[in-house]
Ligand binder design. Structure first.
Ligand code: SF4
Length: 520
C-alpha cells in the first residue's frame, strides 16, 4: 500500500473520527490555543533536547508501505545498537493517552521500515510537558493490530466508502472545530447550524493597472505610487475587475492559503478563477452530484430556495408600504411537481416584484423593468453590477467551505456556470442588493452623472461610482440580522456562510435545508 496517511493525522482520528474527516478530507483546520501550544512545545523541545553519549537526530522522514503511513520524526536519539524516538506532548497527563501511544508506535514502525531496523532495537519515549511525566513505549501485538485496523479505517474514509458522523462528547468542548462541526446528541434534522467566527474578508479591486505582489505573508497591492499591504490570513477571496498583473509569488501565497483569485471584466463578467482546488472532499462531491440527479431532493431544495426568495421580496415590499400578496406563488410552490414549473413560479414572482420595485425608483431615473444583458438604464446597471458582487461573495465562500460551486438545483448545469452560487444567492438578492440600489439613489450617493453609455447603447456605472456602490453593499452585508437557526444576530455575510454550511449538511443528509427569510 503506498504511504498516503500522514502519521500526525492518526491522533486526530483517535481523538474523533469526524474531526479527522473534517481536517483531512474536507480540508478544514482551525488553530486553537491547544494546537498552537502543542506545536510550540515541540519546537522548544527539539532545540533543547540533548542526552549524553547518544547521537541526536532531528526531523527525519519515515514511511511504511505495510501500514500506508508517512511522516517526520522530530526527535531521535540513538547509539549504534539502540534507537529512541521521542514524542513530546502538551498536557498534564499522568498516564499515556492511547492516541499518543498509537501515533508514536506508528512513527516507530515507519522508522523500522524506512531504515531496515529491527523492532527490538527501537523504543519510544512519550513525554508530557504539563505533568513532567515520561513513559517508555514498546511494540506489542495489540498495539500493532490496533494501528493496522486504524489505517484500514482511514483508507475507507479517504476513498469515500465510509464517512463518520459527528456526535457530541465531552471532547467537543475543547475541539477547535466545534463551531463548524456543531455536534448534536439530537436527531439530525434538529441540528443547529452556527456560522464560524473567523474574520476574513473578500477583497475587491476595481482600478485598471493594479499590480498584486507578495511580501512575506502579505499581499502588496500597488497602483502607481499607492501601496496597500493586506495580510493573507485576513482574506478569503481576491476579486479583480479589469486589467491587472500579478506575480507568481502572489499566486503561490493565494494558493497556500486557499484564497481563490476571481478575475472579472470591468463590467463584471466572470473571466476566470485561479483556485488551488475546489475541494479535497471527493466524497462530498459524489454525494453532491447524486443529489443533483435525485429528483425528489432537487425539487425540495429548489422549492425552498424559491420560497425564501419570494418571502424576502414580499416582506421587503411590505416594509416599503407596498400592498402586495405573494400567497398565490407560495401556494403554487407547494403543489407543483415539475422542476420546470417551479422555475416558472420563480420567474413570475420576480417579474411581479419588479413591477412594484419600479414604483420605488425616483422620477429622475428610468427603470422599465429588469433587463439583464446589456443593462439599458441606470437601475438595471446597478442591479446587474450588484448581483455580480453578491455572486463573487457567494462563489468564493462556497469555494472556501469546500463545496463545488458548479452544480446547482434551481439553476441548471451549464458549461462554465457556477449554478450553485446562483442558487444560494437567491435568498439575498433583495436584501443585499435591491435595497442598496434604492438607498444609493434615494440618498443621492450615486447620481445620474455616474453612468455612461457605450456604443451599443448599454448603460454602465463609472469606475469611481462602482467603488462607492461596493462600499455601500459592504456596509449592508456587515449589518447584523437575527439568524433563526443559530438563535443569534450576526452579520449578513456570516448568514450567507452559515446557509452554505447548511446546504453542505443537507447534501450529506445531516440536516434539512431551511431558507433564510426575514420577518416583518
Ligand atoms: S466538535 Fe466533537 S464531534 Fe465535532 S469534530 Fe470536534 S470532537 Fe468531533
Amino acid at each position: 500500500m503506498s504511504p498516503e496517511i500522514p502519521i500526525y493525522s492518526i491522533n486526530a482520528y483517535l481523538y474523533c473520527k469526524y474531526r479527522y474527516y473534517l481536517e483531512e478530507i474536507v480540508g478544514l483546520s482551525r488553530e486553537n490555543k491547544h494546537i498552537t501550544k502543542g506545536a510550540l512545545i515541540n519546537e522548544i523541545k527539539t532545540k533543547k533536547s540533548s542526552t549524553k553519549n547518544w547521537k541526536k537526530i532531528k526531523k527525519i522522514f519515515v514511511a511504511s508501505e505495510k501500514f500506508g503511513i508517512y511522516g517526520y520524526i522530530d526527535n531521535i536519539v540513538k547509539t549504534p545498537e539502540k534507537t529512541k524516538i521521542v514524542e513530546v506532548k502538551k498536557g498534564k497527563s499522568i498516564k499515556p493517552f492511547e492516541s499518543d501511544v498509537i501515533q508514536l508506535v506508528a512513527y516507530m514502525m515507519a522508522y523500522c521500515e524506512t531504515y531496515s531496523e529491527k523492532p527490538e532495537n527501537i523504543s519510544g519515549i512519550l513525554k508530557y510537558e504539563g505533568s513532567k511525566k515520561t513513559f517508555r513505549i514498546h511494540f506489542t501485538e495489540k498495539r500493532l493490530k490496533k494501528l493496522y485496523d486504524i489505517t484500514r479505517d482511514i483508507q475507507k474514509i479517504k476513498n469515500g466508502t465510509y464517512i463518520p458522523s459527528s456526535m457530541y462528547t465531552k471532547k467537543c468542548k475543547e475541539c477547535s472545530l466545534f463551531e463548524i462541526c456543531q455536534p448534536s446528541e439530537k436527531e439530525k434534522s434538529k441540528m443547529k447550524i452556527m456560522p464560524s467566527k473567523f474574520d476574513k474578508e473578500p477583497i475587491f479591486i476595481f482600478k485598471h493597472g493594479v499590480f498584486i505582489g507578495k511580501s512575506g505573508e502579505n499581499f502588496q497591492i500597488s497602483y502607481g505610487e499607492e501601496k496597500v499591504s493586506i495580510p493573507s490570513y485576513k482574506i478569503y477571496s481576491l476579486n479583480i475587475f479589469g486589467i491587472f498583473s500579478i506575480s507568481k509569488q502572489a499566486i503561490e501565497l493565494a494558493s497556500k492559503n486557499n484564497i481563490p483569485i476571481i478575475i472579472n471584466s470591468s463590467y463584471g463578467k466572470n473571466i476566470s478563477v485561479i483556485t488551488p482546488y475546489f475541494s479535497k472532499n471527493n466524497f462530498l462531491r459524489i454525494k453532491h452530484l447524486k443529489k443533483v440527479e435525485n429528483t425528489e431532493f432537487k425539487m425540495e431544495l429548489t422549492r425552498k430556495i424559491i420560497y425564501g426568495k419570494i418571502k424576502n421580496m414580499e416582506i421587503f415590499l411590505k416594509k416599503k408600504k407596498i400592498k402586495i400578496n405573494f400567497l398565490k406563488y407560495k401556494k403554487a410552490l407547494l403543489k407543483e411537481k415539475e422542476i420546470g414549473k417551479l422555475r416558472g413560479i420563480e420567474g413570475a414572482a420576480t417579474k411581479e416584484y419588479f413591477e412594484y420595485y419600479k414604483k420605488l425608483i425616483p422620477e429622475n431615473f428610468t427603470f422599465k423593468g429588469r433587463k439583464r444583458r446589456p443593462p439599458t438604464d441606470e437601475i438595471n446597471s446597478l442591479l446587474s453590477f450588484g448581483y455580480t458582487i453578491l455572486y463573487n461573495i457567494v462563489y468564493s465562500l462556497i469555494l472556501s467551505i469546500g463545496v463545488d460551486p458548479y452544480f446547482g438545483f434551481l439553476h441548471t448545469t451549464q458549461y462554465g456556470r457556477a449554478s450553485l452560487a446562483l442558487d444560494l444567492m437567491e435568498e439575498f438578492r433583495t436584501l443585499l442588493i435591491d435595497s442598496v440600489v434604492l438607498s444609493v439613489i434615494n440618498k443621492k450617493i450615486i447620481k445620474k452623472k455616474d453612468f455612461k453609455k457605450d456604443v451599443s447603447g448599454a448603460i454602465f456605472i463609472s469606475q469611481s461610482a462602482k467603488k462607492i456602490f461596493v462600499e455601500q453593499i459592504f456596509k449592508r452585508i456587515k449589518k447584523k440580522h437575527y439568524y433563526k437557526p443559530a438563535k443569534i444576530s450576526i452579520e449578513y455575510i456570516r448568514i450567507i456562510e452559515a446557509q452554505i454550511r447548511m446546504f453542505q449538511k443537507a447534501i450529506l443528509d445531516e440536516m434539512e435545508y431551511i431558507p433564510f427569510t426575514i420577518e416583518r
